[in-house]
Design a protein around this ligand. Structure first.
Ligand code: SF4
Ligand code: SF4
Length: 211
């Protein structure tokens, strides 16, 4: 079977189109490489990120009824779906305008310490069988019908375990327990689509609704 490296066209569409969220340990590695303290790194390179995903299980601690969401988010979600329950996942993401803040002249400037999501893309899923091409139609790997090897999916599952632990800590101890500093603004997403911009205040109000 061909390896991902030999088939990936390095088109960098993932660095332009995909929202890369961070775990605190990944942020620390990048800070170290750039010789920055957390506050500087977050101000310069990070945005706030809220990801909404549909949920059919209202008992999950990260699931909220849409009536509990601030009006701005409620109205935007209503344009997308009539669902009542959503996973609400707060995080920090790498800044992105038309491309990731670390993509320069077609190269990743933090290649050695890039986040796991960058390494795993496009095969990021908890499910064994996923129509990746439906999620990421821009990816040439998927257009060529490339399928992930077993160990690649195992890596994806391990990464999800870490993400799960991270969200459990956020739920238990609050967002500030994981991130001492916050960017001034960011974006909310429904599935992987950006739906609205938000300020630090709006982000904080939304994350308070978990308590
Ligand atoms: S979008 Fe797909 S083909 Fe393009 S660089 Fe990313 S993984 Fe490779
Ligand atoms: S960190 Fe590097 S690999 Fe990841 S999206 Fe940014 S430029 Fe691409």
């Amino acid at each position: 079977m061909k390896s991902i490296k030999s088939v990936c066209s390095a088109c960098q569409e993932c660095c332009k189109q995909y929202n890369i969220t961070l775990l605190p340990e990944e942020a620390k590695k990048i800070e170290k490489k750039l010789n920055l303290i957390e506050k500087e790194f977050i101000e310069k390179y990070c945005d706030l990120s809220i990801q909404f995903f549909p949920s059919f299980n209202s008992k999950n601690p990260f699931v909220l009824h849409y009536l509990k969401l601030p009006k701005k988010f409620r109205e935007k979600l209503k344009e997308k779906t009539n669902l009542k329950y959503f996973f609400v996942l707060p995080n920090l993401a790498l800044k992105k305008t038309k491309k990731c803040v670390f993509l320069e002249k077609g190269l990743c400037t933090i290649h050695e310490v890039k986040p796991e999501q960058c390494k795993l893309f496009p095969f990021i899923s908890l499910k064994k069988e996923t129509s990746f091409w439906k999620k990421y139609p821009f990816c040439n790997l998927l257009k060529q019908g490339f399928k992930p090897e077993k160990n690649f999916m195992e890596k994806s599952e391990k990464h999800y375990e870490k993400i799960k632990e991270y969200f459990e800590k956020v739920k238990e101890n609050g967002f500030k327990s994981e991130w001492k500093n916050l960017p001034e603004k960011g974006n909310a997403f429904y599935k992987d689509e950006k739906i609205i911009q938000m300020t630090k205040n709006e982000f904080s109000k939304l994350t308070e609704t978990f308590k």
